[in-house]
Structures are given as C-alpha cells and as structure tokens.
Write a protein that binds this ligand. Structure first.
Ligand SMILES: [Zn+2]
Length: 324
C-alpha cells in the first residue's frame, strides 16, 4: 500500500480491459519495441509467471509493468497520469526487480524513452559503456546490489556449484528461501524425524487423516530439506564424477527445491517404491488428485508440466490458500 496504491500480479479476468487500455495509448516509459498484434494474447502469456504487474487504486488502474523473463528485460511500464502517485513507477520497478531476482536473474535491462532516462538512472540503472548518443538508451541494473542477503547467498551457491545461471528462468522455477519456523510432523518411512512449517504441518495431518477415512494410507518420504543438505548432496554427486546435467535430471539444485520452504512433502503408500512414478498409478494418487486441493496441497510437477521437470506424482506443496 502506498497512497492507496496496491501493487499486485494481474489476473486472467482483467486481460480484456488491460488490452483495451494499452491499445488506447496509455503512456509507456519504454521504447524500441513494437506492440504485439494480439495484445490480449501476449498479456495472457505473462500470467502464469506473475510477470504482468499492476498498480491499482481502488478499482482503477494506476499503472502496469511487464517483464520478459527469457531476455531479462522490462517490456513496458505504463502509467495513468491521473491515477498514479509520484511513487507508482518506483513501486512497479521494485516489484518487477523482485520478481526477476526470484527467478535468479542477476541483471535486468530496459530500453527507455530518452525523456525518462534520467529518472530510470535515479533508480540504480546505468547506461551501457558503449552507448551511442543518437540511439534509444538501453539501461541495466545489477539486481544483486542491495538485494536480500539470503537470495544473494543462494545465487552465489549456484555459481559455486556450476549450476547454469538461467536455470530458474529456463524451468520457470523460483528461488526458495529456507523456512525459519519448523515443527515436527513425525517420522518418515526411513524412520527419520521430519519437519514442516506450522500451517503445512496442520494441513498435512488433516490430509493424512482424511485419506485414512477412505482406507488410503499416506506415508511421508521427505518434508523439509535445508539448502546445505541439498548442496552437500550435489557436491557428493559431483565428487563421484556425475555431470551437472546428470544431477539436474534427478535433483533440484540447492536454492530451487520446494523442500527448503518447509511446505513441500514427498509421499508414498504401502507397497510402492518411494519417489517412483508408479505412485501415479495408485488409488492414493488418484485420491490426492481429487482431494489434496481441499487441504491446500497442489501437485507441483504433474505430467507434462510447464517447468520441463519429469512427472513427480509423489511431490505436493502446501499453498496458503486452499485450492491455489
Ligand atoms: Zn519432493
């Protein structure tokens, strides 16, 4: 909240209105890019990654911005001069920078109109050294400067282990910071103590109880796993001569595992090998598909998922609002 302005990702239902506003020439701070023919379709492609960000005041639009994650570039920054506050462009830029950083983007670029170049530079962007005076200015900003130290540490760890810098963008996966408060949720099938954040722990107990009411036994294989644990797993595999590509084919890199959040669980049911796709053929899995959402759990990597990750029918993540 800032002067009654709220910054948030756009929703599908808003796209027709937003497309009309853009067509009606809301002033854009960016330059050097042709408007796509199908504006609404283009905006829709930004929704799954939350990379279309709005500033709203009540039910009025004050501004919007969008990012092309694949090219680490701000696509547009529109403002409605009547509704926006002087802080709105800064708030929009802050939101888009945080989003980019969450996907592991280190440097963000934008091609701006000459008259706003000074303003953009006041937000930490600088001109390329070989910038020609007669060209549209291309500015960029190092997102690691002044970023949350925990995110910076995660990115440095990726570099140290040799994980490709574009891993997050390529798989549309976000960096996961470690859960701070964890509570015990009993033992897993290997008799190890497991922990989750309190809300996920409660939801897991409810899920497991509901399943048992349908004669389905859900067992934990794994819950919270720290960044250090995952990093050591990686280091061991590297020492045993596996290549980064081989390791990444079966394990999420440290920093990108949802298990760091204390909200993800791997489950199985008796008679099924843990972490194998055969779990996807069980009655337990079919029950989860129909019912886990009621308890706030969602399958992160279903068959043919948009992350390009192999199907993981055993992996479920708790989301704060059920059914998300
Ligand atoms: Zn998992």
């Amino acid at each position: 909240m800032n002067n009654g302005i709220r910054i948030r990702p756009a929703r599908n239902a808003e796209l027709p209105t937003l497309a009309r506003l853009i067509e009606n020439q809301l002033p854009d701070m960016m330059a050097g890019r042709k408007r796509p023919n199908n504006i609404e379709g283009h905006l829709a492609s930004l929704i799954p990654d939350k990379s279309l960000i709005l500033a709203t005041r009540g039910n009025r639009l004050a501004g919007l911005t969008a990012i092309d994650l694949d090219h680490a570039r701000i696509l547009a920054c529109y403002l409605d001069p009547e509704t926006a506050s002087p802080e709105t462009p800064r708030e929009l830029f802050k939101a888009v920078e945080q989003l980019a950083l969450s996907f592991g983007i280190r440097r963000l670029e934008c091609q701006v109109k000459k008259q706003v170049s000074g303003f953009i530079q006041s937000m930490g962007y600088s001109l390329a050294a070989d910038h020609a005076e007669d060209k549209t200015p291309v500015l960029s900003k190092d997102l690691l400067e002044g970023a949350d130290p925990e995110l910076v540490a995660l990115i440095k760890l990726q570099d140290e282990l040799g994980i490709p810098a574009d891993y997050g963008v390529r798989h549309r996966m976000c960096l996961q910071t470690e859960a701070k408060t964890l509570i015990p949720v009993g033992r897993d099938i290997f008799d190890r103590d497991q922990r989750l954040v309190p809300a996920a722990a409660t939801a897991w107990t409810r899920l497991q109880t509901a399943a048992s009411g349908h004669a389905i036994e859900l067992k934990l294989v794994s819950a919270f796993r720290g960044v250090t644990y995952q990093a050591n797993l990686f280091r061991r595999k590297l020492e045993h001569g596996q290549s980064i590509d081989e390791i990444l084919a079966v394990s999420a890199p440290p920093g990108y595992s949802e298990h760091h959040s204390g909200q993800a669980i791997d489950v199985t049911t008796p008679g099924i090998k843990p972490l194998e796709q055969e779990f996807g053929e069980t009655r337990a899995y079919r029950w989860l598909r129909s019912n886990a959402g009621i308890y706030g759990f969602k399958e992160t990597y279903p068959r043919d998922n948009r992350h390009g990750i192999a199907w993981e029918p055993w992996h479920w993540r708790y989301h704060h609002r059920p059914g998300l």
